[in-house]
Write a protein that binds this ligand. Structure first.
Ligand SMILES: Nc1ncnc2c1ncn2[C@@H]1O[C@H](COP(=O)(O)OP(=O)(O)OP(=O)(O)O)[C@@H](O)[C@H]1O
Ligand code: SF4
Ligand SMILES: [Mg+2]
Length: 341
């Protein structure tokens, strides 16, 4: 797709009818450990269209990172994709050779990790790495590429970008490194970026600035973005669509407007109720009672049942994924608005 076409695609609000950049179908990834088989990702399906942002949200251990790693073919032993397809522009990445995957990773797909040093090269200056990122897909002079890199650093809220460009990664603070890693991923202008909580450790104001710039650049470039986070307020400000994970499954999925305004799954409602903005000052934060199940010894039926006030005997079976409104799916036998129960 040419850039103008991609931009037009990004402007469209009719995402569900667009050909997705990424379509994940029934993905399953397990870890085959000494203690037993740990099903970290169970039957996950999602789609991301060009220029759209999907927020992947859930508590710690729900399978967000393993989903991201699985899409990129980065799951190491004892983990393995045990089922499903990862279609990137129609090609199933789970069937690609290691060399084919590496080519896409360096080129059309980027991952931004929690640890920026997984992306940054410690022995190269920041400008060298950023110039390479720009020139990987644009025929511009080194000088132009460097200027573009400096502007992108400034957009990420980095003071004195000229000085930072001359630095090596170890000369920067953790927060700076993280912003450089995000800038490099964006400069590559890939078709797909998977970002795994890269702004969690940053100051709230800087985080808001970065999210707004990332959103702008992704729309301009027609990049599809999956932003992994445990923070629903980040999803609310950044994403178009949201997928809520619990114990390896997506329990609710749809547009941010639908899911956050009209959550149907009791777990999504619990997450929203525990947002600080929903709680009165001075009161203890409302938390979802109980704990997520141990994935090594999963109960049969709905994994949320032990914490769910709506659970009935039918919940001893596995709830299927159902579309309850156009574009909004939920895995629950008793979906509905909280106050309707
Ligand atoms: N290398 C591994 N070996 C065994 N189990 C693993 C491995 N990596 C992840 N897991 C398990 O897979 C499950 C999902 O982990 P994952 O890292 O995807 O969670 P997450 O949603 O990203 O959590 P967090 O918010 O803490 O980053 C967890 O139970 C975790 O313990
Ligand atoms: S399926 Fe049953 S236990 Fe699971 S979330 Fe829905 S009501 Fe609760
Ligand atoms: Mg994680």
């Amino acid at each position: 797709m040419s850039l103008p076409e991609r931009n037009a695609a990004a402007m469209s609000t009719q995402a569900p009818t667009q050909t997705p950049t990424l379509e994940v179908r029934n993905l399953c990834t397990s870890f085959y450990t000494r203690a037993g088989v740990l099903p970290a990702v169970r039957d996950v399906s999602l789609r991301v269209a060009p220029g759209r942002i999907l927020g992947l949200v859930g508590e710690s251990g729900s399978g967000k990172s393993v989903t991201g790693f699985s899409i990129l073919g980065l799951v190491d032993a004892p983990g393995r994709i045990s089922g499903g397809q990862v279609l990137f522009k129609g090609r199933d990445l789970t069937q690609l050779s290691a060399a084919g995957l590496r080519e896409l990773q360096g080129n059309r797909i980027a991952m931004i990790f929690q640890d920026p040093m997984m992306t940054l090269n410690p022995v190269l200056r920041v400008d060298t790495q950023m110039i390479e990122a720009v020139r990987a897909h644009r025929t511009v002079s080194k000088r132009e590429a460097r200027a573009h890199a400096g502007r992108t650093l400034a957009l990420m809220g980095i003071p004195s970008p000229e000085e930072r460009l001359r630095a090596y990664p170890h000369q920067l603070s953790g927060g700076m490194r993280q912003r450089v890693a995000i800038a490099i991923a964006l400069l590559h202008a890939p078709d797909l970026i998977i970002a795994d909580e890269p702004t969690t450790a940053l100051d709230v104001t800087i985080q808001a600035q970065i999210l707004s710039e990332v959103q702008k650049l992704v729309r301009e470039q027609g990049t599809s973005l999956i932003w992994i986070t445990h923070d629903l307020s980040v999803v609310a400000g950044l994403a178009d669509d949201v997928a809520v994970m619990y114990a390896g499954r997506i329990v609710e999925q749809g547009s941010v407007a639908d899911v956050l305004d009209r959550p149907q799954h009791p777990y999504t409602q619990g997450l929203i109720d525990s947002l600080p903005s929903r709680n009165k000052r001075g009161q203890r934060l409302r938390q979802i009672p109980g704990m997520a199940p141990d994935l090594l010894s999963m109960p049969t039926g709905c994994a949320f049942a032990a914490r769910c006030s709506r659970a009935t005997s039918v919940c001893a079976q596995e709830p299927p994924e159902r579309e309850i409104a156009p574009g909004q799916t939920v895995r629950c036998f008793h979906p509905g608005a909280a106050d309707a129960q």
